[in-house]
Design a protein. Structure first.
Length: 199
């Protein structure tokens, strides 16, 4: 087993690890750090309740206080079909096992569908931040339309105790203009309720 990252990268190590961007000065980047919320987020137009939820997310798990986040994303139930991901390990068809995996892994949050997180919210929403994915593509239609459609409401996510809601936009797709409007409206409502948002 390789002992260092340079051994792992082999012949590509020098070009990958030695790259220096010549177009954007590194001082202009908002890099993660213990002061990320105060330095970057607090000066935005987010209301204090949203900042509090972001603080909860950034302050949870093994990366707490570093400015980095590790979120376990498991939205396969609708978007990719659960069988594609969990057939090799059927224990993870059970929503509780997904949340427990995120907790045992020290994740900052767990992201999944309204059904998965709603099934276990009373037992776990106070123990690990929930990020509810509110829109999804579906793979039941043929040919696939690659269209993100709202499957969950912000109000439902709020009621189950979610810290945040997340959504996907397929920028450049035929439906992207509609998706942008839908997600913007949903995120505005989420912010009114004090939830953080992830695009």
């Amino acid at each position: 087993m390789p002992q260092s990252i340079t051994e792992l990268l082999g012949d590509d190590a020098e070009s990958l690890l030695g790259h220096e961007c010549q177009t954007i000065d590194r001082g202009r980047l908002h890099v993660p750090g213990p002061d990320f919320l105060e330095r970057v987020v607090a000066n935005s137009d987010r209301n204090q309740r949203v900042i509090n939820q972001l603080a909860r997310l950034f302050g949870h798990g093994r990366l707490s206080g570093t400015g980095y986040v590790s979120i376990l994303p498991v939205d396969q139930g609708i978007e990719h079909s659960a069988g594609a991901s969990f057939a090799p390990n059927p224990d993870y068809f059970d929503p509780e096992n997904i949340v427990r995996l995120a907790m045992e892994g020290g994740c900052n949050a767990v992201a999944s569908t309204i059904g998965v997180l709603g099934a276990v919210s009373r037992k776990y929403a106070h123990r690990i931040p929930f990020l509810v994915k509110i829109n999804h593509n579906e793979l039941l239609s043929y040919p696939n339309s690659y269209d993100q459609v709202m499957f969950a409401s912000v109000d439902r996510a709020y009621d189950l105790g979610a810290t945040a809601v997340g959504a996907t936009i397929y920028f450049g797709s035929e439906e992207s203009r509609r998706q942008i409007i839908e997600v913007a409206e949903a995120f505005e409502h989420a912010h009114e309720l004090g939830m953080a948002t992830v695009l």
